[in-house]
Design a protein around this ligand. Structure first.
Ligand SMILES: [Zn+2]
Length: 494
């Protein structure tokens, strides 16, 4: 008996040893990938920083705001902004074909030398969200102030930076006499912040009717981050390869109402609260797959050995990593369909039982699930309750397809990003964009739709997007322009 136990113990120890060896070898192999990374060739491009910054700051002075209610749109601000662009980017406006689409959106065509090759499209949006509390800003949101090493103003990151950065790159290339091999499209929507139906969607449809095929689409949606991913010392350029889907459901609970002194056991507010608790207690499953898994695999070579041991062996440690990741709101959003109540409304008087109680719940749908599957899940959970459910008018959409990270286009993008910052090149990694961008309309024109802006951001800076004191460091704006320059050259090549 003792002999048998001993033999089993030796066997178990042997297995453990083999497993440990296997894990270590995988971690070592993955680490080798970092060693093999060749340093990028530095990018040389002449930029006149003061002029660049002045043009950008000037562009932030136009209140090109979109509102949920289209009647509130001030077209004049957009026309003035477009006149400003004409004046400051003369070569682009002389040499490229310019079309107005959907009323206020812009599409520029720069024909390539070989029009039989798939073209490339750079995407940005002219519109910005309102500045809710202008008095809380350090500098007025539409003054375009340059101070303390920053350019301040609504749109500094989202997304006048994209529009101006793309135009600067094109203007510089035209000045150099550059001739792209592939046709380059520049597209600037005017209603991204309210869904992009009139702008980006129309542009994508127009290009589709013309039979345009794209090797790549580059929109906003990813930045360079530092110290935001535990265990990774280098800066990381997050290139969005997919975006989550979107759905808002309005739940309305009904009850007889009456006097609050003799309430029934079931009230409208009670039922609605119960429904919201049901949703919160039955979250969508965590799934370490798709872009988020790719992200961790891309980062693994650049982490310290203990972290690498874990990330190189996700087949074993995946569930552990996912649980850890899900603790932060951003990590959680990268792993599952999320749910957030955003409106709640009921009652008219403190001693009156309301007959209805209403809530809006916003879902961000993880790739692999759909508007239909999420709706079904909610229906199942609320079955039997006196609640009606409907989609809100905003419209719902499924998650975008996931763009390939092994594509030639992704390689060119990664190389360009690293070239623009050759002195400390970031690790380029794919990720899942939690919000929605105009890029989703273009997935029918290309399997390679990416989302990235070449600016390094801190969490504090990121919080200013749609918030107070939106701004971009001067040096980072210059870097973004350099990155667009590198990208435009690389992606329009043969
Ligand atoms: Zn945006």
């Amino acid at each position: 008996m003792r002999k048998l136990l001993l033999r089993m113990l030796v066997g178990a120890l042997g297995l453990l040893l083999v497993l440990t060896m296997f894990l270590l070898v995988r971690a070592w192999q993955v680490g080798q990938q970092a060693e093999l990374m060749v340093p990028p060739e530095p990018l040389s491009v002449a930029v006149d920083t003061p002029a660049l910054i002045q043009r950008f700051a000037g562009a932030l002075q136009f209140p090109t705001i979109t509102h949920q209610d289209p009647a509130q749109l001030d077209s004049g601000a957009f026309w003035d902004f477009q006149t400003y662009l004409k004046h400051h980017f003369p070569r682009v406006h002389r040499q490229l074909q310019r079309e107005v689409v959907g009323g206020l959106s812009l599409l520029y065509t720069w024909p390539g030398q070989d029009t039989t090759l798939p073209a490339v499209l750079f995407l940005g949006h002219q519109d910005v969200v309102p500045a809710a509390q202008p008095e809380a800003w350090t500098h007025p949101p539409f003054a375009g102030t340059v101070a303390d090493g920053y350019v301040w103003g609504r749109g500094a990151l989202d997304d006048k930076l994209g529009v101006l950065g793309i135009l600067e790159a094109a203007e510089t290339l035209l000045g150099e006499g550059f001739q792209p091999v592939r046709t380059i499209y520049l597209a600037f929507g005017h209603d991204e912040e309210v869904g992009g139906q009139q702008g980006a969607r129309q542009i994508a449809e127009l290009l589709a009717t013309r039979g345009v095929v794209l090797i790549a689409v580059l929109d906003e949606g990813g930045f360079i981050v530092e110290d935001m991913i535990p265990g990774v010392r280098q800066p990381v350029a997050l290139v969005g390869v997919a975006e989550k889907g979107y759905l808002s459901l309005e739940l309305t609970a009904t009850a007889p109402g009456g006097h609050a002194s003799t309430p029934p056991t079931q009230t409208a507010i009670g039922v609605l609260s119960y429904a919201l608790v049901q949703l919160a207690e039955n979250p969508f499953p965590i799934r370490l797959e798709g872009p988020t898994r790719r992200l961790l695999e891309h980062l693994a070579p650049y982490t310290a050995w203990n972290m690498r041991l874990v990330l190189a062996n996700l087949w074993l440690f995946g569930p552990l990593v996912a649980r850890q990741l899900a603790r932060s709101p951003a990590g959680n959003a990268s792993l599952r369909t999320t749910f957030a109540p955003t409106f709640i409304e009921a009652g008219v008087k403190e001693n009156v039982l309301p007959t209805t109680a209403r809530a809006v719940v916003n879902f961000r749908i993880f790739p692999g699930e759909t508007v239909e599957s999420v709706t079904l899940h909610v229906q199942q959970l609320l079955k039997g309750l006196p609640i009606t459910m409907r989609q809100t008018e905003t419209g719902a959409f499924d998650p975008s397809p996931v763009s390939d990270v092994s594509s030639e286009a992704f390689q060119r993008i990664a190389q360009s990003i690293r070239r623009a910052r050759a002195e400390s090149p970031p690790v380029v990694a794919p990720y899942l964009v939690p919000g929605a961008t105009d890029a989703r309309y273009f997935t029918v024109l290309s399997p390679n739709v990416y989302r990235f802006i070449g600016v390094r951001v801190t969490p504090a800076l990121l919080a200013t997007v749609h918030g107070i004191d939106e701004r971009v460091p001067i040096d980072e704006y210059v870097q973004a322009v350099r990155t667009y320059y590198a990208l435009m050259r690389a992606l329009s090549g043969p």
